[in-house]
Design a protein around this ligand. Structure first.
Ligand code: 2BA
Length: 107
C-alpha cells in the first residue's frame, strides 16, 4: 500500500477531490500554507493500493493547472537604499510524494 501526499492549489482542490472520489479513492483534505509564498494551499492524503498509484496521479494531473503568482520582493543596493519589486513565481500543478505504508488499520 502507498500513501500519496499531494499539495495542490486551493482552487483545484474541489475538482481534484470530486474526480478522485468518483474513481473510488478515499481522500483527506488538509488546509495548508506554502512556506515560500505564505499562501494557502491544500494537501490531500490518499491511501491506495500500489497498482492504483498511477491512476491517482493521472487524475490529480488532469485537474491541476500551473499558475503564475506575483509576489513582492525587496532588493538592497548596499548603500542603505532598498527597492520593492514584483517577483514572478510559477506555482503548481501539484507537488506529489508517494511513500510506502508499513501498516494500515481502521480501528
Ligand atoms: P510555496 O512554498 O509557497 O512555494 C510556491 C512556489 O514558489 C513554488 O511552486 C515555487 O515555484 C516557488 N518557490 C518555492 N520555494 C522557492 C525558493 N526557495 N526560491 C524560489 N522560488 C521558490 P511549487 O514548486 O509548485 O510548490 C507549490 C507548493 O508546494 C509550495 O508552496 C509548498 O507548499 C509545496 N512544496 C513544493 N515543493 C515541496 C517540497 N519539496 N517539500 C514540501 N512542500 C513542497
Amino acid at each position: 500500500m502507498k500513501l500519496i501526499t499531494a499539495i495542490v492549489n486551493k482552487e483545484d482542490s474541489k475538482p481534484v477531490c470530486n474526480s478522485l472520489i468518483k474513481a473510488g479513492f478515499s481522500v483527506t483534505r488538509l488546509a495548508t500554507t506554502g512556506g515560500f509564498l505564505m499562501a494557502g494551499n491544500m494537501t490531500l492524503l490518499i491511501g491506495t493500493e500500489d497498482e492504483k498509484v498511477d491512476e491517482c496521479i493521472g487524475l490529480i494531473a488532469g485537474c491541476c493547472k500551473q499558475r503564475t503568482e506575483v509576489v513582492p520582493s525587496t532588493a538592497s543596493y548596499g548603500i542603505g537604499v532598498a527597492t520593492a519589486y514584483p517577483l514572478q513565481v510559477t506555482v503548481g500543478g501539484a507537488t506529489v510524494f508517494v511513500t510506502n505504508v508499513e501498516r494500515f488499520e481502521k480501528l
